[in-house]
Design a protein. Structure first.
Lengths: 357, 342
C-alpha cells in the first residue's frame, strides 16, 4: 500500500493507465459470459477518453474492472491493468481502498440511488475527506463547502445540511461529482453521468466535468452510449462492441475518418437534428451478440452490411491506420476497395437494409 | 412561454381537439396542488403525427394520459372523433378507448411477464369478442408479422425471452390489434439502444403510412421528435411555448426555451463548435409555478412584462405559433387590452 501512494506522488513518465488484454468473464448458469474480452488501451494524464457502446458492449464492466468494483465470486479476471506504472489488476479490495477516492473515483448514472438517502449531503462529502485524507471535522466541512462551490451549487452551507431527497436530479449529480472529486483523484470515471438528466441540465453537467478536469489536471473516462456526448467532451474515443475494443482514435480523427463499419452504422442510426423531418433512418439490423456464445470471427459480422466470408471465420486484430493513434479491428474497413464494392452491390440489389432484430 | 390561448387550433375537422386542459394533483393533505398541466390546447388532424417535447416535469406525459382519461383531467375538453371524452362514463368510455391506444416507455414492464406473448397481443380481441376465433388468430398473426415478430415464437415464449426492442414491437402489435385511429406513444424509444431505436422509429413510420394512423409522440429527445413528427409542440411547466411544423420549428425556433433546448443537444460532430445559450438553474416547482411567463425565471430574453403578464400563443409565421412577448424572431407581442387598461 505504501508503495502505491509513493507511485502516485512521483511522475514515472509512464501513461496514467495502461490496459493489456484485459478480460472479465462471469460464470453463470448459462455459461461463461465474456463481458470484456481482451481490451488493451492506454490513457495519458490529463486526457479524457470516451468509451462508447450499446448496452452489453462491456463498457461499464470495463470501467468497473479497472476500479476493482466487481464481485469476486463468479468473476474471472485476466490481463494487466497498470496505473501510474504499478500493476493494480491483482490487488484485493483492502489494497484498492487506498486507490479509491484519492487516485480513482467514479460517478454513476443514477444520482437518485447512488447517494445515501439517510445521510446529509455534508456528511457524504466529508466522509471521504476524513477517511482518506485524515482531515479533521471543521476542515472537512469547510472543504465540502468549497467543493459545492466548485460544482456550482448555490448556498452550499445550507445545502450541506440537506438530505438527497431535497435536491433535484441535476443537483444530486453535482453532489456526486463533488464527492468524487473530494480527494482530488487523478482518474475520474463517469458512467453515463447524464443519461438520467434533462438535456439543458446535461449540458451544464458535461461542461462542469470538463472544466473541473482541466482545472485539476485529472484524467476522465466518460462511459456513454451517446456519440453526441463524447463528441464535444473528450480527447479520444474508444468504441466497444461485444466486449471488444473495435476502434480507437482521437475524437476529431474518429468523426472525420471512421474505419469500423460498426462505428459508421452507429453514427448513421442516430436521428440528426439537422436532417429534415421524416428522414429514413439507417437502422442496424439484428442485435448485439450473445456474450456466452459470441460469433466466430468478427463479432459485428452477422450485422455488418459489408461482411465477407473471412469476417465470419477469422477475427480481425486491432491495427493502426497511417495515424498510429487511430486503431481499428476490421478486415474491410470503411474506405477500402472491398467496402466500396460491397456498397455498390448493395445499391444494385436493394435488400432490406436495417432489418429487424 | 408558458402560454395559453388557442390561436394555433385549426378550423378543419381534427381527429383530436383538446381545449384548456388542466390537470392538478393534490399534494398530500396540504391543500396545495401540483400543477402538472395548466390550460393547454392542441389538435391533431387525421394521419398527422404531433410531437410533444419538453424536459421532465413539463407535463407532456400527463397530457398524453389525460387525453386517454387516465386519470381524468381536472377541467377542459377532449374531443375525439367528434365526441367529448371528459363526460363519458362506463362502457361508452371503455368502448372509446379501443379507438385510442398507448405505448409506454419501458417495453418489458408493460407486458405481463407470466403470459405468452401471443396471448398478450390477442387479449384485446378476446375482451371485445371481435370476429370468430379463426379471424382473431389470423389478425394476431398478421399484426405480429407486420411488426417483425415470428408468430410461432410468440405463441411459445414469454416477454423475458425477447430483447427490449422486440418487446417494444410486441407492445406496438398489441396497440394495433384493435385497429385504433390514434396511438399515443409515451417515450417509446427512450429505453432502447440507438441501433434498435432506429428500427422502432422506422417501424412506426411504416405502420403509420400503412394504417393511416394518427400519432401523438411524446419524448424528451428533440432529434427523435423531429424525425417522426409533422408538427411539434414544445412544453414547459404545464404550458405550451411553441407550436409549428417540425422543420420550421427546428430551423427557426422563436421561443427562447426552444432555442435553449436546441442549443443544449450534444451534436455528434466535434467540428461543430459548441454555441451555447447559457441557461442557469432548473425547472421550477410545479406546486408554485412562476407568475407571468412560466419560463421567465430562466429566460435569457426576460423583461419586466414577462414577470406579470402571461403570453398568449400567437402566429408569427404561417402555422408557426409562439407564446412569448419578446421572441427570438417574429416581433414583440402587442400589449393586451386588459393589461393596457389596468
Amino acid at each position: 500500500m505504501s508503495n502505491i501512494s509513493q507511485a502516485s506522488s512521483r511522475d514515472t513518465g509512464a501513461p496514467l493507465l495502461e490496459l493489456t488484454d484485459v478480460k472479465t468473464h462471469f460464470r453463470t448458469r448459462r455459461g461463461l459470459v465474456r463481458a470484456v474480452d481482451g481490451v488493451s488501451l492506454t490513457l495519458e494524464r490529463g486526457k479524457s477518453l470516451g468509451v462508447v457502446g450499446e448496452s452489453g458492449s462491456g463498457k461499464t464492466i470495463l470501467s468497473r474492472s479497472i476500479m476493482g468494483l466487481l464481485p469476486t465470486k463468479g468473476t474471472e479476471r485476466h490481463g494487466s491493468i497498470r496505473f501510474q506504472g504499478q500493476e493494480i489488476g491483482n490487488l484485493g479490495r483492502k489494497q484498492m481502498r487506498h486507490i479509491w477516492g484519492r487516485e480513482m473515483a467514479m460517478i454513476f448514472q443514477d444520482p437518485m440511488t447512488s447517494l445515501n438517502p439517510l445521510m446529509k449531503i455534508g456528511r457524504q462529502i466529508t466522509e471521504p475527506l476524513e477517511i482518506h485524507l485524515g482531515m479533521d471535522k471543521d476542515n472537512a466541512w469547510a472543504t465540502a463547502e468549497r467543493l459545492l462551490q466548485d460544482v456550482r451549487i448555490p448556498e452550499g452551507a445550507r445545502r450541506l445540511h440537506q438530505y438527497p431527497h431535497e435536491l433535484s436530479g441535476g443537483m444530486r449529480q453535482r453532489v456526486m461529482i463533488a464527492i468524487a472529486m473530494a480527494c482530488g483523484p487523478t482518474l475520474l470515471f463517469a458512467d453515463e453521468p447524464t443519461t438520467a438528466l434533462d438535456v439543458t441540465v446535461q449540458a451544464q453537467i458535461l461542461d462542469l466535468l470538463n472544466d473541473q478536469r482541466k482545472e485539476r489536471n485529472m484524467s476522465l473516462i466518460l462511459v456513454t452510449h451517446d456519440l453526441g456526448v463524447v463528441a464535444g467532451h473528450t480527447d479520444e474515443i474508444a468504441v466497444m462492441y461485444g466486449g471488444k475494443l473495435v476502434e480507437k482514435a482521437p475524437t476529431r480523427v474518429l468523426f472525420a475518418d471512421m474505419k469500423m463499419p460498426y462505428t459508421e452504422a452507429l453514427m448513421q442510426s442516430i436521428p440528426k437534428i439537422d436532417d429534415p423531418s421524416h428522414t429514413r433512418l439507417l437502422a442496424i439490423g439484428g442485435r448485439p451478440p450473445d456474450l456466452v456464445n459470441p460469433p466466430n470471427g468478427c463479432r459485428f459480422a452477422p450485422r455488418c452490411l459489408y461482411a465477407r466470408d473471412r469476417c465470419l471465420t477469422e477475427e480481425p486484430p486491432l491495427r493502426a491506420t497511417d495515424n498510429p493513434e487511430h486503431t481499428y479491428a476490421c478486415w474491410y474497413p470503411v474506405g477500402s476497395a472491398e467496402y466500396y464494392q460491397a456498397k455498390a452491390r448493395l445499391a444494385e440489389t436493394p435488400v432490406a437494409v436495417g432489418g429487424l432484430d | 412561454m408558458a402560454g395559453t390561448g388557442k390561436a394555433h387550433l385549426r378550423t378543419e375537422d381534427a381527429l383530436l381537439r383538446v381545449e384548456d386542459l388542466v390537470v392538478r394533483f393534490p399534494v398530500g393533505r396540504t391543500g396545495l396542488f401540483v400543477n402538472a398541466v395548466s390550460g393547454i390546447s392542441l389538435d391533431v388532424l387525421k394521419g398527422e403525427t404531433l410531437g410533444l417535447v419538453g424536459e421532465s416535469g413539463c407535463g407532456k406525459s400527463t397530457t398524453g394520459r389525460a387525453i386517454m382519461q387516465l386519470p381524468r383531467p381536472t377541467s377542459g375538453s377532449v374531443m375525439f372523433e367528434g365526441r367529448e371524452l371528459t363526460s363519458m362514463t362506463g362502457d361508452t368510455m371503455r368502448e372509446a378507448r379501443t379507438r385510442m391506444q398507448m405505448i409506454f416507455q419501458d417495453p418489458i414492464s408493460s407486458l405481463n411477464p407470466r403470459r405468452k406473448v401471443r396471448d398478450i397481443v390477442m387479449e384485446p380481441l378476446t375482451i371485445w369478442k371481435r370476429g370468430t376465433v379463426a379471424e382473431r388468430n389470423a389478425r394476431v398473426d398478421q399484426v405480429l408479422e407486420e411488426v417483425g415478430i415470428d408468430p410461432q415464437r410468440a405463441a411459445e415464449s414469454q416477454p423475458h425471452q425477447f430483447s427490449g426492442g422486440q418487446c417494444q414491437r410486441i407492445s406496438i402489435a398489441r396497440s394495433l390489434v384493435l385497429s385504433p385511429s390514434l396511438i399515443i406513444c409515451d417515450e417509446p424509444v427512450s429505453a432502447l439502444d440507438v441501433s434498435v431505436q432506429a428500427q422502432v422509429l422506422n417501424l412506426l413510420e411504416d405502420l403509420k403510412r400503412q394504417y393511416g394512423l394518427t400519432l401523438i409522440f411524446i419524448a424528451h429527445d428533440l432529434a427523435v421528435v423531429k424525425n417522426i413528427s409533422d408538427r411539434v409542440a414544445v412544453m414547459y411547466l404545464g404550458k405550451i411555448c411553441e407550436v409549428a411544423k417540425s422543420d420550421d420549428l427546428y430551423r427557426e425556433p422563436a421561443h427562447h426555451y426552444t432555442n435553449v433546448l436546441l442549443n443544449s443537444i450534444p451534436v455528434p460532430d466535434p467540428e461543430i463548435a459548441v454555441q451555447r445559450t447559457a441557461i442557469e438553474g432548473e425547472i421550477p416547482s410545479p406546486v408554485f409555478p412562476p407568475a407571468g411567463c412560466r419560463f421567465h425565471t430562466r429566460c435569457p430574453g426576460m423583461q419586466e412584462r414577462c414577470q406579470n403578464e402571461e403570453p398568449q400563443l400567437r402566429e408569427i409565421n404561417t402555422g408557426h405559433f409562439v407564446a412569448c412577448h419578446y421572441p427570438v424572431h417574429g416581433g414583440e407581442a402587442p400589449v393586451s387590452i386588459r393589461t393596457a387598461g389596468s
